[in-house]
Design a protein. Structure first.
Length: 84
């Protein structure tokens, strides 16, 4: 998952936006929006939700693991994702 997010999904200098707060949708009137813009905004929203679940539910649990290896591994992934 780390490689997928860091190499393919997360773009340098761009933020993930929720659907309601996506600037692509907010900047245009409802009549001016093309279907592909709505679909792209929704995909961005889904990626953001999946990313949030990955960080909060999976990686945060690994940071509480008894084995130091898994704690360090999870923290390394978290730091790399935060940098990206």
């Amino acid at each position: 998952m780390r490689d997928l997010f860091t190499n393919d999904i997360l773009k340098e200098g761009e933020k993930l936006h929720s659907f309601q707060k996506n600037p692509m949708i907010l900047e245009k009137n409802q009549d001016d929006l093309a279907n592909f813009e709505i679909v792209e905004a929704y995909c961005d929203h889904c990626i953001k939700e999946f990313y949030k679940d990955f960080v909060t539910n999976i990686l945060s649990e690994f940071t509480k693991d008894d084995l130091e290896y898994f704690r360090k591994f999870a923290l390394d992934i978290l730091s790399e994702l935060l940098i990206k």
